[in-house]
Design a protein around this ligand. Structure first.
Ligand SMILES: O=C(CCCl)NNC1=[NH+]CCN1
Length: 331
C-alpha cells in the first residue's frame, strides 16, 4: 500500500506550518493536521474540546463514528518545544491519509489546548511522525500512524517535500523519483529519545568556505525555523547589515531591506542551500520594516532543530527500517 497527500502552508504568507487532509471514522470526518516529525502523538480538536478554545477549527466527534472506541482509562498530555500544549482522552478509529488506511489508530481527543493552538484556525490537530517511544498516552503508549501503517507499506518509508509558500507533499510507502534531482544521500538516525536525529557535516555562509564540523540535530517538520549553535548564528548574521539578536523579539532580527546571504548545510559530501528568501522569514509584527530571521539560536532548547526553513530546501526520506536512516536530495 501507499499514500500521498498535500502539505499546504497553513497561512498564505510565512509557512508557519503545513496542514494535510486526513479522514477519521465512519462515515469519514475530514480534518487538516500538522504532520510533525518532532513529536509522536496524533491529536485532534474534538467534541471534547471546550468551545471557548475552538476558533474555526474542524473537530472530530467520536460519538458520530460507528467505528470509534474509547480507550478507557488512557489519557495524554504534551508540551512542545515552543511551549504550546494540549491534553485529553483517547479513542481508536479508522484513519486514512491520501488513500492509506489504518484501522484502530489511536486518535487523541483534546480536552484542553493552549492559546497558540486556538489561534491557529486552520490547524485541526497534529499527526506525530517521530518514534513511538515519544508518545505521551498513559498508562499505555500508542503507536504513530506510520508505525501502524509500516507493515502494509510497499516500502517502510515516508517522504517530505515541503515548499516555500506553496503546497508540497507527504508520501507514504514509496519514493517518487519525480520529486528530486541527483542522488539521495542517507545518513544514520539516532532514535533515542525519539526524534529523527542525524548529524550534518557542516555549513557555509553565502559564498564562503564550507566549515566541516559535525552538527547533530533533529529533522522536524513541526518546527517553522532552523535552530543552530550560537557560533554558526554569529558567523551568519555578521554578514547582515543591521542584524541584532533582540531580547525584545526573542531572536535575530534585521531590516527587511537587508541583503541576506544564503545558508548551506552539508549531508555527508552533499550540500543543501537555503535561499535568502527563506531566511527573511517574516516581519516581527504586521507591516513592520524589521524582519525575524529563519535561522535562530538553539541555546536553551537543548537540541539543534532543522525545521521547515531547512526542510523545504530538500526532498527528505524518513526510512523506518531497523536501523532507521534519513535521506536528503536536492530538488
Ligand atoms: O516540539 C517540537 C520540537 C521538539 Cl525539540 N517540534 N514539534 C512541534 N510541534 C508543534 C510545535 N513544535
Amino acid at each position: 500500500a501507499t499514500g500521498s497527500a498535500a502539505a499546504v502552508p497553513v497561512d498564505e504568507r510565512f509557512d508557519i506550518a503545513y496542514i494535510t487532509p486526513v479522514t477519521i471514522g465512519t462515515p469519514p470526518q475530514t480534518l487538516q493536521l500538522d504532520f510533525d516529525t518532532g513529536s509522536s502523538d496524533l491529536w485532534v480538536f474534538s467534541s471534547h474540546t471546550p468551545p471557548s478554545q475552538i476558533r474555526g477549527q474542524e473537530v472530530y466527534a467520536p460519538n458520530k463514528s460507528s467505528t470509534a472506541k474509547l480507550l478507557d482509562g488512557q489519557t495524554w498530555s504534551i508540551t512542545y518545544g515552543d511551549g504550546s500544549a494540549s491534553r485529553g482522552n483517547v479513542y481508536t478509529d479508522n484513519f486514512a491519509v491520501g488513500g492509506l488506511t489504518v484501522e484502530g489508530q489511536a486518535v487523541e481527543c483534546a480536552q484542553q489546548v493552549s492559546s497558540s493552538f486556538t489561534s491557529e484556525e486552520h490547524m485541526d490537530g497534529l499527526l506525530g511522525l517521530g518514534f513511538s517511544t515519544l508518545n505521551t498516552v498513559s498508562p499505555k503508549g500508542q503507536l504513530t500512524f506510520f508505525d501502524n501503517a509500516k507493515s502494509k507499506l510497499d516500502s517502510p518509508v515516508f517522504t517530505a517535500d515541503l515548499k516555500y509558500r506553496e503546497a508540497g507533499t507527504y508520501d507514504f510507502g514509496f519514493i517518487d523519483k519525480a520529486k528530486y534531482t541527483g542522488e539521495i544521500v542517507y545518513v544514520p538516525v539516532e532514535m533515542d529519545p525519539g526524534y529523527w536525529t542525524f548529524t550534518s557535516s557542516g555549513y557555509a555562509v553565502g559564498s564562503g568556505n564550507f566549515n566541516a564540523a559535525p552538527i547533530s540535530g533533529i529533522a522536524d517538520t513541526g518546527t517553522s525555523l532552523v535552530y543552530l549553535p550560537n557560533s554558526i548564528l554569529t558567523a551568519y548574521y555578521r554578514q547582515v547589515q543591521g542584524a541584532t539578536n533582540s531580547a525584545n523579539y526573542g531572536g535575530y532580527v534585521f531590516p527587511c531591506s537587508a541583503t541576506l546571504p544564503a545558508f548551506t548545510f552539508g549531508i555527508g559530501e552533499a550540500r543543501f542551500t537555503i535561499p535568502p528568501a527563506y531566511i527573511s522569514y517574516a516581519p516581527v509584527t504586521e507591516g513592520s520594516a524589521t524582519c525575524f530571521g529563519g535561522l535562530q539560536s538553539s541555546r536553551g532548547i537543548g537540541v539543534n532543530i532543522w525545521g521547515d526553513v531547512a526542510l523545504k530546501a530538500a526532498f527528505v526520506v524518513y526510512n523506518g527500517e531497523n536501523p532507521p536512516k534519513i535521506g536528503w536530495a536536492n530538488k
